[in-house]
Design a protein around this ligand. Sequence first.
Ligand code: CA
Length: 226
Amino acid sequence: MRILVVEDEVDLAHTLRTGLTAEGYTVDLAHDGRQALWMARTGEYGLLLLDLMLPGLNGYKVCAQLRREGNPTPILVLTAKDGEWDQAEALDTGADDYLAKPFSYPVLVARLRALVRRAVTAAPPVLAVGDLSLDVATRVCRRAGTRVDLTPREFAVLELLARRAGQAVTKGDLLCHAWPDEALDPNLVEARVSSLRKKVDAAFHRKSLQTVRGIGYRLVDDRERL
Ligand code: CA
């Protein structure tokens, strides 16, 4: 699972990355609020570890903005402030949990695991974009109620596009999501998108999988345009 650590104290950020990497997580770092917002929007993170006092845009604002945009990524707030008011405020802006600095590393890891577990059980089991639906638990895809058989890679590519419906998703992100452990070759993504177009679009006379030139692809509800 990929975690975004947002912390402007560079030493602490690197310590967290080293520790969490040893726990088996993939860790990306952001050192200010704007970078964090941008990365949280475009990356595929299972969790955000977010410091509150940040240059650029503070953690409260990052959290509130992501929630306004409907971003459901679990957020664990880290801060030097430890007053009750700050904790309440952080939770009000949409953070899922709070840990005051200095914190104990085992407690951090335990909280983080608990959040991930909660997020997995709370995740919506069916993603829908127009009349295309993906049941993430059973890996079943349907178009207008008709079952469409997809390979596991095709399902993974379509799943990420559905999670970010209406947004351009880069080929790099699709590669990371569908081929997490393999060499990165964009041709893999192109081939799967081409077979997905046959199965979920052409077979139903649809055009929901759009190419975004120079970036990647976008999945839309194309029914209004028929
Ligand atoms: Ca800070």
